[in-house]
Ligand binder design. Sequence first.
Ligand code: SF4
Ligand code: SF4
Length: 407
Amino acid sequence: MTKKIKKIQISRHIIQLILFFLLPGMYILAFSELKSILQMIVSGNFNFIQAFPGLMEFIITTVFTILMGRFFCGWLCAFGTFNDWIHIISKKIFKIDFKVSEQLDSILKYAKYIILFIILSLVFKGGNTILDGSSPWDAFAQISDLSTVLSSLTVGFILLVLITLGNIFIERFFCRYLCPLGAVFSLVSRMGIFKINKPGDKCGRCRLCTDNCSMGLKLYSMNSIKGGECINCLKCIETCPRRNPRASILGEDVNPAMASSFAIVTFTGIYGLTNLGSSILTQKGLSSANNVVSSSKSKMSNSNSQTAVNSNASQKAKYKDGTYIGTGTGFHGGTTKVSVTVSGGKITDIKTISTDDTPRFYQYVEGTIPDEIISAQSNSVVDTVSGATYSSRGLIEAVQNALDKAV
Ligand code: SF4
Ligand code: SF4
């Protein structure tokens, strides 16, 4: 392995580490936006301005993946990073190196398409909430608040444990076989401009690239790799002692380090600009209307939401005048602190003092939930915002915590 190529993998792990902490919810966002937009369309509530932030999030991630392949998976996704870390630890420290047979691997890879189909079918039938509490992604995102995960995401937590066990034995276990977003990316990334060429006539018999491929691809039988199951980790390029695999864009050989840098900078740049744009829209109130709220009020009886809301029957009682501070736990265990003002026995103002929640999620709930609570004069009849369930719960819990001090 040459020093130059090794640097690419070191860079990849550093970038993964940074983005794991800076943008931990990106993998949930892209998929939850797709679900939210489909829900809006199915329920007849689609409004372009209000759907814009989510729409852009999904379009940018998808268009980027169509053009450049799955750099998102190989370099940016926090859950993919988690997959990598678990496997690195098991391989380097515990010396576990299990290989799935090619036949079984090729069958198991279809599982993620079945999962994607089931989720989208449920969205179209309006039964998407059936899966609430069973997402291992959500359990992972909330893991710093273990007691909440165990109580409201029990199935998701069990799946997360099973996925972690799978990762110990099989590299990128979740990405290979189970990820619905990976299934979307695999389908759309086959026509892009980025490709890895690996002319078979220059190969020896070592099969080192195949043995080291993160996604278990049969590289020994391929002359080029373009999207699909490949996550552009570039390990095959670093592994080959003959430097046979080469990165190319539009058919021209490119330096793999340059190609990955270009991909990461472009994606995070566009992502940042979109977030800025959607924040401006939200601040102007254009995207704070109710259509990001789940269309069906029947969800109000959903037990998970009710657990987080922790409503009580005395909410209709008058509150003592004053301004009260409350805290709640939102997405990724982030603490949200609010001030609730009561005047004339009524809730008149709710302000966010601070939040450690993911801004992209929190901006949805901040533009929606306080107005709903004030108009209902109750915390218990407010639904969580679709696509930002945990941020909603954090805000609702914070308001409840403040109101508890006002009675
Ligand atoms: S396959 Fe899924 S979990 Fe894996 S890196 Fe891609 S989006 Fe993330
Ligand atoms: S083919 Fe190469 S770049 Fe693609 S997943 Fe396998 S090792 Fe990574």
